[in-house]
Design a binder for this molecule. Structure first.
Ligand code: HPA
Ligand code: ZN
Length: 323
């Protein structure tokens, strides 16, 4: 029995896989472009939205990095994060661990402090004004080299109290987690929490590397872990959470159809799965839309959807003491 949509709204949620730059709606992109005198190569909001048609991760990333060009001031980063947080509140999100991609900005000459100060001001205000406990996780871009990630960590450590962890995102295939072993070791020594995207397009070996070489505490996506039974057993034994993003998987052709999504099989295998939005402005939905879409496609019942929502809190760093 599928769950009625308003019952999904009623579930308190934790969102653990959201790229703040991926929450940039075309309307806000145009408003910021105007405010900053930036030219967007699209004539209208509708034309920009029509460009959001992807057949794989790289198609999306090319547009995602282009979209970032409108973000220039501390106020821009604040407004971006605030728009997400208000939208998340409407979906009954109470806890959010939010990714940001500093190298997408520092490479354009935006100071690291401008980025993190704007984002941090918004998440600080969210606790009192929206009732959302939010924190930041800085992702390294894996298509760049480890030296660039090391320099980014150096910049970030001057703002140590404003973020809780590091992650790894961008073009996966050809950029295995092991490429970042040294910078993740240093992040761990600084007491930062560790996550990595793995097994979205990349093979199960990348998930093994993320766990055993980087020492991550959660896997972002992890779909392709299902190709390796020993890996599934490891994820189940250690209850290593997977942050799944069904609509992202559909729009990036990681799955052909949501009915083929591995979420139900993962639950049957005892994995700790969560549902998240990834890049909601680009993939056609926020976290509530993701719950409704996957619930309908896999015929998940009310108790299953409630269990997945609870998993979000169980998998959060608020619930898990640093090891
Ligand atoms: N995968 C990899 N990198 C990303 C993603 C994603 O889904 N979203 C933003 N950067
Ligand atoms: Zn992601």
């Amino acid at each position: 029995m599928a769950m009625p949509g308003d019952a999904v709204d009623a579930l308190a949620k934790a969102e653990l896989h959201i790229h703040i730059e991926g929450s940039l709606e075309p309307e806000l992109a145009f408003a910021l472009a105007r405010r900053n005198g930036v030219d967007l190569p699209y004539g209208s909001v509708e034309e920009l939205r029509r460009a959001y048609s992807f057949t794989r991760l790289q198609d999306f990333l090319d547009i995602y990095y282009q979209g970032m060009s409108v973000l220039r001031t501390e106020q821009d980063f604040h407004d971006l994060a605030w728009a997400y947080l208000e939208r998340a509140r409407a979906d009954n999100v109470r806890h959010a661990e939010i990714f940001f991609d500093p190298q997408g900005h520092t490479a354009r000459g935006i100071p690291f402090a401008t980025v993190i100060d704007g984002l941090h001001r918004a998440i600080r205000a969210a606790a009192g004004k929206l009732g959302i406990e939010a924190s930041l996780i800085m992702c390294f871009l894996r298509h760049l080299d480890e030296a660039d990630a090391e320099r980014t960590l150096d910049l970030a450590l001057a703002h140590r109290e404003k973020f809780i962890g590091v992650g790894l995102d961008s073009s996966e295939v050809g950029h295995p987690p092991a490429k970042f072993r040294n910078v993740f070791r240093r992040a761990r020594e600084e007491g930062l929490r560790l996550v990595a995207h793995a097994g979205e397009e990349g093979p199960p070996e990348y998930v093994w590397e993320a766990i055993d070489i980087l020492g991550v505490e959660r896997i972002d996506h992890g779909n392709r872990a299902m190709e390796d039974r020993a890996l599934v057993a490891r994820l189940a034994r250690d209850q290593i959470p997977l942050t799944l993003c069904p609509l992202s998987n559909l729009r990036l052709c990681v799955v052909r159809d949501l009915a083929e999504h591995p979420l139900r099989r993962m639950m049957e295998d005892g994995l700790l799965v969560t549902v998240n939005s990834d890049d909601p402005a680009y993939f056609g939905g926020y976290i509530g839309d993701n719950f409704r879409a996957i619930g309908k496609a896999l015929d998940l019942g009310a108790s299953e959807l409630a269990a997945i929502a609870r998993n979000g809190f169980r998998a959060s760093f608020a619930a898990r003491p640093a090891g």
